[in-house]
Design a binder for this molecule. Sequence first.
Ligand SMILES: N[C@@H](CCC(=O)N[C@@H](CS)C(=O)NCC(=O)O)C(=O)O
Length: 202
Amino acid sequence: MTELILHGSPRSNYVRTCQIVMAEKGVTYTFDAIMPQTPEQLARHPWGKVPALTHGDLELFETLAITRYIDDAFDGPALQPSTCEGRAHLDQWLSVYNAYLNPTLASDIAIERLLRRPSNEERIAAAIPAAMKCLDVLEDGLSGSAFLVGDQATLVDFFLVPTLDYLSQTPESDVLLSDTPHIDAWLARMMAKNSVQAVLGA
Ligand SMILES: N[C@@H](CCC(=O)N[C@@H](CS)C(=O)NCC(=O)O)C(=O)O
């Protein structure tokens, strides 16, 4: 069998997304724990970021490419809708995640608060208004369905859950997640999944 290797650091939210997607698909892989910006990672990713994936001769970087490949190439539950409309909505939310939600909720607040020592308080404080906007959009997006794109979890839910899990552990969540019932219910649904527990529950 061709060896599948995920390269990345275990605390990265994007690496966690890949791990959860692989768990959800029931895919067996080797985890190569490696930090960003190392010579090995710079050889795999032009910007030295994590994650990257190796599958035999195939080398991939960028979480969207990696997770789409895992979903398309392996058995297990489909994590992308089958309709044009569903795929378009998935792409819309993936773009929203990468362009707006991750920079604000993950980079500026959750990772800055939980993983940086010392945390940059000015950066966190400056991000609060943008975070409120992000969470308003998300709350609205989750008001009509159990998951972001319909009633089954799709790739974008697995992009979002490591970030929302981190955010919920920050003191800032006392304000940011104080009036977000749809996000709260979605997070509880996501955290109950075996795949999510396997990665985030440890
Ligand atoms: N666009 C990339 C983003 C990956 C990313 O930002 N990874 C972070 C960890 S969550 C990283 O490697 N940060 C270290 C750095 O930028 O040097 C993807 O989708 O995979």
